[in-house]
Design a protein around this ligand. Sequence first.
Ligand SMILES: [Zn+2]
Length: 431
Amino acid sequence: MRVFLLIVCAAALSCGPTPPAPVRVMAIVPVETRGYEPREVQLQTIGNITTLKGSVAELIGVARVTLDPNDPIQRGGIENLTDDQRYEVLLKDKGADVRGNYLDKAGVLWPADFHTWNMVTTYWNFENAWLYFQDLLASQTPAQTPDELNKMRVLYWPELKINDTLVTDNALYMSFVKSFAITPFQNEKTVPLAMNLGVIGHEVAHKVWSKRVFNDEGIHPTLRPSTGWSGEPFNLLRSLDEGLADFHGYGVTCRSLAGCTPDLLSVSIADQTYAKQRDVSRPDACLDEGLRQALKSFSADQWIRARELYLYGNLWAVSLYQAGSKTGGIGKVKSLQVALLAAYNDDRSQSPGLNQLVNRNLNNQMAFTPEAVAEAIASHIADVDLRRAFCSEAMDRLQLQCLRPDCTDKMPSCPGTTRRGTTCKVLPPLP
Ligand SMILES: [Zn+2]
């Protein structure tokens, strides 16, 4: 018996000491053909390859999360609990270490089973999202670090129940318990969302937004049922979080062998029409009358369940992407990613950031308009050509309401030479 165990341990790394980072390991990653294939990667930040824990992410297995308004301890509304209390109440099982199994082939670790492939790939995705934000934050003045992305808690394959529905085939950031979830997947035809690099980039962007715009509050005051914001300001706020997450998710894909992939979803979902509508490079993205009507009239509850949430967010992502692309390509898009992050939170300069625009107007939601948001972003774009291009795209695609042709009445940061773009037809004024 003893001999048998020794042989098992010699073949599988899980019994041995964990090698120091970087660790050479196989993962399923986007490749040159834009498909996903097993390739050797290096994990730069992993501490323990067996339990999949490192400085940027920590995977936790077999957790059980239940959101249930009929649960006696949730009945008072989870928004009335502190972040720590919510974690205690909603995580019915806090989970345990995962365990990866590998075979060592000439210094490269090969996952030995299905879950180990998924877990290594998940860690690699989180590491790349971290590297993306680290790069953008290092480019800020003064330079910053992505402190909110240290040891991100990732619930791997949890039993996640939301109002009695078991969540599968998804990847989520749950700000209310400050945890990510990589839920079980069953759809074998496509790349699971959890393995999609851009999707993980999108989820990590939610955490960055939550920290920098919402002051790391698990349920920000604007989002509380009954006492929070409602109507257009609420809908705009939620859509920005989603659309800008797509814009950053796209940015994270640029780190892969496949190169920048503005169409994040088409490899992962069956509905190709919808996937194309979420493409951040979509040249024909315009606010139309139906979307405008929904933005203005949907209740908070309707909006968060509607596709319009993402479609309106997409107009913001496309305005940024197209401004960069038309001004000079990928390098300019990166300048916009840096500027956008600066615009999330700025209490030092004369130009308030989105955090300030939201938190100084908690009781004055009508001040949170698309024009005010566009100004907060524009005022953080240093390059004048790029700022003009962003103003022009946003005026056009989002139908910003300005009295002057250069929009400087509503957006004083726009250069006087700005003119509204010509992609979209001007909508008639609302009755
Ligand atoms: Zn999202």
